[in-house]
Structures are given as C-alpha cells and as structure tokens.
Ligand binder design. Structure first.
Ligand SMILES: Cc1cc2nc3c(=O)[nH]c(=O)nc-3n(C[C@H](O)[C@H](O)[C@H](O)COP(=O)(O)O)c2cc1C
Length: 257
C-alpha cells in the first residue's frame, strides 16, 4: 500500500505508479487509530519549503506501520534542499525505521514564487516518467537508500533558512482573496485537505486555523477567482493540475466535508 497527500496531483501520479493500492492521507487522518500491516508500505507527498508537509509528518507520527519495507518519496519542483536526510532524522526521531527515502523533480506548483506558464515550459526537461521508472525499480527491489544531499542543495537550503530568519516567513495570513469571478461552486472547499473553507451565502469563507498553505484551493478554482493576497503573485491567472489527474480525484482525496 502507498499513502499519499497531493495538492495538485503530482504526488498521486507518482503513487499510482508505485503501488496499485493508493490511500489518501487526509482521509486516513479522519480515523481515530491507524495501524497498517503490509509487506511494503510507502508514502508519497510534495515538498513544502524544504520539508514534508506537517499533515504528512503528523500522519507518520500518529500511525503504526507494520512492514518489512517502509519508503518515502517526496515530489518537488526546483530544489529538494537535502530533504531526504532531514526526513530520515525526523522518522528515526519518532523511534520508527525507514528503508528508502528519495525525491523526484516534477512541475513546480509554488504560485508564490513562480509563473505557472514558465513552469509549463520547463516541464519536459524534468523527465518525470523516466525518474518514476527508476524509483519503481528501486522500490520493487526493496533497495535501501537515503538520497545523499549534494553540497549545492544543502547550501540552497541554508540560504533559505537564513533568509527566513532575516525576513520572516514567506506566507502570512490571511493568504487568499476571492474575486467577484467566484460562482460559489464549492470546489475550493472540497480540495482543501484540512477543511478550512466553508461556503456561506455562495462565497468561500476561510478559517486559517489549520491551513497548511498547500494552495490546492487556488489551483483548483475553475474561475481563477482565488488569489494570494499575502504577496504579489508572479502570475495570478496561471494555475496547475497534473494533466494525468482529474479534479474529482483530488476532491475525493482531500475533502473533509
Ligand atoms: C507551499 C509550497 C511550498 C513548496 N516548496 C517547495 C520547495 O521548497 N522546493 C521545491 O523544489 N518545490 C517546492 N514546492 C513545489 C511542490 O513541492 C511540487 O510542485 C510538488 O510536486 C507538488 O506536488 P502535488 O501536486 O502532489 O501537490 C512547493 C509548493 C508549495 C505549494
């Protein structure tokens, strides 16, 4: 079995190639207790600011995995910043074992820093399917590996940490504004993995208490009506969903309604 969290479909696309049984982490988190038993158990999730999302960390912390082989694959868009080694330290710090941690470069959906149209041009160079095949071969062979962090990646990560220390967090609340193009369809509330959005009088209303900044709501809005207001976006009219994944799949994976 493979557990996944996805905001825009990349991690689900990878999960589908790694195991025939994909299970949504936001749905599993609704259960009061989580004990899983299988020969092989995996986790696939996006990289958020050089870390696994808190939702995924909480899932790992609060679940029991009875397996001979536990693997983690993190999808990212530009720089993984040596996340595999930090993830190993995190998992082992919980007293759990992990056999394989790797990353895969995919489309970068970070609207806070990138124009999605520019990212579309970079996409073919990322050779996603080739890299998925290599990950699958590793996992099928139960290979043991923690992706080593090249110096340029740890330097990049350190640069980011220093910048945050100096300038403060990249995101501030409230994150989003909703324009008059909103038709109250409620898709935003269904793709939110933390149930932060309710529809009141035909408009989304955010409660940011549990928001994890995943931006799934902004990407999924069919009217492009959800914009970041905490920063000026490079292109507030360009959004992304993995072309192999349907909106319905993201709603089913994430909805807390
Ligand atoms: C809040 C946020 C933070 C991100 N941080 C990083 C990052 O530190 N490094 C990186 O290369 N990509 C980063 N990304 C890009 C995603 O990790 C990448 O596009 C991922 O494949 C998305 O997966 P998904 O479609 O399953 O949600 C970030 C995206 C978001 C929304």
């Amino acid at each position: 079995m493979v557990f996944y969290f996805t905001a825009t479909g990349n991690s689900l696309y990878v999960a589908k190639h790694l195991d025939s049984r994909q299970i949504s982490i936001p749905q599993e988190m609704k259960k009061p207790e989580r004990v899983y038993k299988a020969d092989k158990i995996g986790i696939v999730c996006p990289l958020f600011e050089f870390e696994m999302p808190d939702l995924v960390k909480e899932f790992i912390r609060s679940s029991t995995f009875e397996t001979d082989y536990f693997y983690i694959v993190v999808t990212y868009g530009m720089h993984h910043g040596g996340v595999a080694e930090r993830t190993k330290a995190f998992v082992e710090g919980l007293g759990k074992r992990v056999d394989y941690i790797n990353t895969i470069i995919m489309f970068d959906n970070a609207i806070i820093v990138f124009d999605m149209e520019d990212q579309r041009k970079l996409d073919p160079e990322k050779k996603v399917d080739e890299h998925i095949a290599a990950l699958k071969a590793d996992i099928d062979a139960c290979r043991h590996l923690v992706q080593p962090a090249p110096k340029e990646e740890t330097d990049f990560y350190q640069g980011y940490v220093s910048m945050i220390q100096k300038m403060g967090p990249m995101y501030s609340f409230p994150l989003y504004g909703v324009t008059d193009d909103c038709i109250g369809c409620g898709i935003c509330s269904r793709v939110c993995p933390k149930g932060c959005i309710s529809i009141e009088n035909g408009r989304p209303v955010y409660d940011y208490t549990d928001c994890i900044n995943c931006t799934s709501c902004a990407h999924a809005c069919p009217r492009l009506a959800i914009k970041l207001i905490c920063v000026k976006e490079p292109n507030e009219n360009a959004r992304y969903r993995n072309p192999n994944i349907e909106l319905k799949e993201i709603m089913e994976a994430n909805s807390q309604l």
